[in-house]
Design a protein around this ligand. Structure first.
Ligand code: ATP
Ligand code: MG
Length: 237
């Protein structure tokens, strides 16, 4: 397997408050990986560093073996990183269609089937029905579909979802999990953060458990299912 993303010894924080103390993890091409942990353990901070939104104080981030921790967000998008951010952050004053077109980017080459507006509408028919509505007029579930669609329109190789289903009704959550399963099936790599362990155990190939800014455990779903101490101690469930 080809390592798509590798994070090594990542340290970062906010002003004097250090939050990450040497985070290590990697994503193989086509893999779904989770970052698990209780509130405030540094998952979103790690994601901000990945996307050039927070400069790390030290450590390495590589894509395809190439160091990227000093690149700007638009350069990272060009390399194939797509973000579905915490809080979704759809453009409230643009329509659904304008939101989708705003980030559209064709990537040349690659094995993944390209994403177009029509393909996103086929993937999330709800977005097609709402194509002329403003971002601000959407329900939470529709906003999350739009955030995912917007990331797909960049034709990414790795999509990161920070709080994939937070605040969504169970039926919408199920729809999001279904969509992530389909994306995985076609070979897209994913990093998924979510509080619902059950669907993550079904979907993911590898889990990284974070505690106070470091990874304290990693393994596959069978390993995590079998390790009730880790689940209880670090995930609090
Ligand atoms: N902009 C910020 N300024 C200062 N401190 C922050 C900022 N964002 C996060 N922190 C702090 O950094 C620590 C890690 O936060 P982070 O958002 O990475 O956690 P998390 O693992 O994503 O958890 P959750 O999303 O469940 O809150 C927390 O103590 C948080 O209070
Ligand atoms: Mg977070």
């Amino acid at each position: 397997m080809n390592t798509l993303l590798k994070v090594h010894g990542l340290k970062a924080g906010y002003g004097a408050a250090q939050v990450l103390f040497g985070v290590d993890f990697s994503v193989e091409e086509g893999q779904v990986v989770t970052l698990l942990g209780r509130n405030g353990m540094g998952r979103s901070t790690t994601i901000k560093c990945l996307f050039g939104l927070l400069p790390p104080s030290s450590g390495e981030i590589s894509m395809d073996g190439r160091r990227v921790e000093r690149l700007a967000s638009h350069q990272l998008a060009k390399l194939g990183l797509g973000l579905v951010p915490e809080g979704r952050q759809v453009f409230p004053n643009l329509t659904v269609e304008e939101n989708l077109i705003a980030t559209a980017r064709m990537r040349s080459g690659g094995k993944l089937k390209p994403w177009t507006l029509d393909r996103v509408y086929g993937f999330f028919p709800r977005l097609k029905e709402r194509r002329s509505n403003l971002g601000s007029q959407l329900s939470g579930g529709e906003q999350q579909m739009l955030a995912i669609g917007r990331a797909l329109m960049t034709n990414p190789r790795l999509v990161v979802l920070d709080e994939a289903t937070e605040g969504l009704a169970p039926i919408i959550r199920a729809e999001i999990w279904r969509s992530l399963g389909e994306l995985k099936a076609e070979g897209l790599s994913l990093i998924v953060i979510d509080k619902n362990l059950g669907p993550l155990l079904e979907l993911a190939d590898k889990h990284y458990v974070m505690e106070k800014g470091v990874v304290v455990w990693s393994g596959d779903s069978a390993g995590l299912r079998a390790n009730s101490r880790i689940v209880h101690e670090y995930l609090g469930v």
